[in-house]
Write a protein that binds this ligand. Structure first.
Ligand code: SME
Length: 161
């Protein structure tokens, strides 16, 4: 199954390759966008220091104007506060949504936890309506957990500066 193969590939990127966290995260974005047909924009947001806002990290896809997102705003900002996965089958049905491109039809955001603290998230936009299933959530939770382990090994607070 695709996600089982991708789990292996993600782990290879995170644990085997000798490069910076930034580059590893970018490689994960590239892998996911290339391998999952309905993942069109794949990126990371992280808490911006002590501020109540998210800052854009590595991503692939169309450039976005939303490099900073205040907590509570949009799907990403809501996940920063709720600590829960947010699956949006149809972005048109959301009031609190920040549009990055008119081609986006659906979005999924999964938080990344570090010692129980919500420190960031993976954000995926899709040009396909209602593409995400529970398998996507489980797979992306795995990716976030493994990223958290890497950050733990390498002191993420230093990396985030
Ligand atoms: N749509 C997101 C904003 C980030 S972009 O998708 C890159 C949101 O509503 O939070």
């Amino acid at each position: 199954m695709l996600f089982e193969k991708l789990k292996f590939d993600v782990l290879q990127i995170l644990t085997v390759s000798e490069t910076t966290i930034e580059k590893k995260l970018k490689q994960i974005c590239e892998l996911l966008q290339a391998e999952v047909a309905y993942y069109d924009w794949v990126g990371f947001y992280f808490k911006n220091g002590d501020k109540q806002e998210l800052k854009l990290g590595p991503y692939v896809g169309d450039p976005t104007d939303h490099e900073i997102i205040p907590f509570g705003k949009g799907i990403c900002g809501q996940v920063a506060l709720s600590n829960s996965n947010f699956v949006v089958p149809d972005v048109k049905a959301q009031d609190n949504y920040i549009a990055c491109s008119i081609s986006v039809k659906a979005e999924i955001v999964i938080p990344i936890f570090y010692d129980g603290e919500n420190i960031g998230q993976i954000d995926i936009d899709s040009g396909t309506l209602n593409p995400f299933t529970n398998a996507d959530e489980l797979f992306l939770e795995y990716v976030c957990t493994e990223i958290s382990s890497l950050l733990k090994n390498q002191n993420y607070k230093i990396w985030l500066k």
